[in-house]
Design a protein around this ligand. Structure first.
Ligand code: BGC
Length: 283
């Protein structure tokens, strides 16, 4: 057995993002912080104009837009609660007014409201399902309406539109104390795959990214102290936490024509968390 005690914690690779998304218009929900922020900035580096959706954190959203614009593309922040149909429709109308259309939707907005199962309130359940599952439905539906209205524009992309559904390793790994969250991500999986199946003939590609533990505000407790970090690493064979940019780079590729034959697939960006790490030394 190789000892892993001395494995250095690597710094993030600083490879340049190729301009794979030039001329495309992207909307990233929940993009003021965390994974969403990286999922907005990496496509901007790849040449896309990007709408930063947020519900709270107006200043952080404006900052993300500032970062996007330093990449020589357009950025725009739009406030909308993705669980509300009228707000979602107004956001898409505004985006189409300002940017002309949408080519890429990153259905990222997500929340956690954790509790033991017997203590979980209906409000905690509804809030998580409302944002994580209904929010993805509402945004995907508006995007699909615009994709089908516009169709393929070959100079821009060989597909009529791309949707990337931000899922989680908890689309498959049960998670005690987080039943609402795991249920929302399990739901997201069959929702996006069903949309993918229905819309592939229209050249609309729907895929998902399922991150593992990524260093964001949603899971601070899991990585902030050295003890928590060490414990977390027991679940990560690659022995480092994910950084938001790990997911941002995957978004670029999945939204680009380089992945044109990927339809209804989940990319697990998780350092091996899905590999049943407990079995490395047991079973
Ligand atoms: C959750 C994080 C968690 C990770 C791995 C993500 O979907 O939002 O809180 O650290 O899964 O368990």
């Amino acid at each position: 057995m190789v000892s892993t005690d001395k494995i250095p914690q690597p710094t993030m690779p600083t490879c340049e993002t190729p301009r794979l998304l030039s001329g495309q218009k992207a909307l990233v929900t929940g993009a003021a912080s965390g994974i969403g922020r990286a999922a907005a900035i990496s496509p901007a580096e790849a040449g896309a104009d990007v709408v930063v959706n947020y519900v709270t954190g107006e200043e952080a959203a404006a900052k993300a837009v500032g970062e996007i614009e330093t990449r020589g593309v357009r950025g725009l922040s739009i406030r909308a609660d993705v669980s509300k149909e009228d707000e979602v429709q107004a956001m898409f109308a505004r985006m189409c007014e300002e940017f002309g259309t949408i080519d890429i939707l990153v259905n990222n907005a997500g929340i956690q409201k954790d509790n033991t199962f017997s203590e979980m309130t209906l409000d905690e359940w509804n809030a998580v399902i409302g944002v994580n599952l209904t929010g993805q439905f509402l945004c995907a539906r508006e995007a699909v309406r615009e994709f089908t209205r516009r169709g393929v524009v070959p100079e821009i992309s060989c597909s009529a539109g791309k949707i990337i559904s931000m899922s989680s390793v908890h689309d498959s790994i049960p998670w005690a104390g987080h039943v609402n969250y795991a249920a929302s991500k399990g739901g997201v999986m069959l929702m996006y795959k069903s949309i993918a199946q229905e819309l592939a003939p229209h050249r609309i590609r729907v895929n998902a990214i399922a991150p593992g533990a990524v260093r964001t505000p949603i899971n601070t407790e899991a990585w902030e102290s050295p003890e928590a970090y060490e414990k977390l690493m027991e679940l990560v064979p690659y022995r480092r936490i994910g950084e938001p940019r790990d997911v941002g780079q995957a978004v670029v590729w999945l939204a680009s024509d380089q992945s044109d034959y990927l339809v209804g697939t989940t990319l697990y960006v998780d350092g091996g968390m899905m590999l049943y790490p407990g079995f490395a030394t047991g079973g």
